[in-house]
Design a protein around this ligand. Sequence first.
Ligand SMILES: [Ca+2]
Length: 192
Amino acid sequence: MSPLVVSSAYLLLAAVSAAAEVSVDDACPSSLVTSVNRFYLQVYDGTCFHFVVNYRRTFEDATEQCLKDGGLLAMPKTPAVNDFLAKQSFEHYGAINEMWIGLNDQSSEGQYVWSDDNPLEWSHFARGNGPTSYWILQQFEDCVALDPLDGLWHDFMCKEDMISASFGSEPKKSYICQYSVAPEPSLVDGGK
Ligand SMILES: [Ca+2]
């Protein structure tokens, strides 16, 4: 192909992908899209992700913070989403410590559920974590965090209490929230 044809093809591809892209303004809650926050918001596959790298919270407090703006702790249910979250956390935000994601087995030991109450299908636990950690540890470690360096999941104690203190565990971590794309205003008011 001539260089002209090749560059035209690239232009066309760029135009098509630009049309399919959803902007932060379209996908994220307007209460979140502030000049300070904007850098920490990203859209992937139509979902708004908020990388909260500068605050550390317990799993419960992080969950509440996401809920405040109508979201949930992030749910990397596929390798693609998981890779995106890990890569962005490390390469874009410089995060090197594990970040809470919306996965836990607090209700029933060994039965991991996502923050939208759906059961775990694809999983990405690091060796010796989650179902393969020591049995006694499994009873105490019920909340899951993503390692930005390799995208693997680790289970930790969820709360700050005497047990976590005696294990030297640090239950306050950075975290990632996710938000569904806001519906089009025209759909909300019936197209009027
Ligand atoms: Ca557990």
